[in-house]
Design a protein around this ligand. Structure first.
Ligand SMILES: [Zn+2]
Length: 282
């Protein structure tokens, strides 16, 4: 043993005033032996490092949320604290609660379908927030509207088209709600096919019954030459996703009905006419 390791130096922790020997007792911070630069005791160093890690994580989470396309209003939406009106959607809620990217067989995510206002988009926000907050993985919502508006390979998302194809978790929201042209169809097919080949988690939400999606897209496109790509797209979706239906009526519609009943001043007849035309689903 040389002199250096033998020598003893007593230090006092500036936070808790605990005395400790900096030479003979190398402190362990989060399981690693280090020389205490700021001369804090082991307990205070651990606490401080945890705070630093916590703050770094918070920044990273915010950065990931910004890149994900999730609206800022939903940054705090969490599957464990969603409002009571959604609580009966137990199947999808349990799926999200139990999901983890760490199990290799968990790459298949729901194709969530049902009428508008049953909480499909909200559930997709819950999943994306869980992935980002608990696991800090790259996750994003595919912005089909901006894909269509730009009609080019870049600018569709902070991750770009190539990034979207390979991102750890992708949400395709309101699938079938947009205009379809051969380029969009080709782009969607490329993204979905690539993600299936690599078994990358992809959740889709849609008002359209997935068993009719090929036919639906073909009608939207209005071009019989696209028959093959439409049916190939439908096939890939069945392999990529678990079909999950959200039952129930539209919460938005119920709220609208309630506000009409509550508000005697409004043009009730006109509004009720519009709502009953919508053929409330069971
Ligand atoms: Zn201390």
């Amino acid at each position: 043993m040389d002199k250096k390791t033998n020598s003893s130096k007593i230090s006092y922790c500036p936070i808790c005033n605990r005395s400790f020997d900096t030479k003979l007792e190398p402190i362990k911070v989060l399981g690693i032996n280090i020389t205490p630069k700021k001369r804090l005791c082991e307990q205070c160093s651990n606490k401080k490092n945890l705070e630093v890690i916590h703050n770094e994580n918070k920044l990273k989470i915010l950065e990931l949320q910004k890149k994900s396309n999730i609206p800022k209003f939903f940054y705090n939406t969490d599957i464990t604290n969603i409002s009571l009106q959604w609580k009966w959607q137990t199947k999808i809620i349990n799926f999200i609660k139990n999901w983890s990217p760490n199990y290799s067989n968990n790459w298949r995510l729901p194709f969530l379908f049902g009428v508008s206002g049953t909480g499909k988009t909200l559930m997709s926000y819950c999943l994306i927030n869980k992935a980002i907050k608990e696991y800090q993985i790259d996750a994003a919502i595919l912005d089909i509207a901006s894909l269509i508006a730009n009609n080019k390979e870049t600018d569709t998302n902070s991750y770009g088209k190539f990034g979207i194809q390979n991102i750890n978790l992708l949400i395709i929201d309101s699938f079938g709600c947009h205009r379809i042209n051969p380029w969009i169809l080709d782009t969607l097919y490329t993204i979905i096919d690539n993600r299936l080949k690599k078994q990358l988690p992809t959740m889709i939400t849609s008002n359209v019954d997935p068993t009719a999606i090929g036919k639906y897209f073909l009608e939207l496109a209005g071009n019989v030459n696209l028959k093959h790509i439409c049916s190939a797209l439908e096939d890939r979706i069945f392999e990529l996703c678990l079909l999950m239906k959200l039952n129930g009526t539209s919460i938005r519609l119920e709220k609208a009905l309630k506000s009409i009943k509550d508000d005697k001043q409004s043009n009730t007849d006109y509004n009720l006419q519009w709502i009953t035309k919508k053929n409330l689903p069971n």
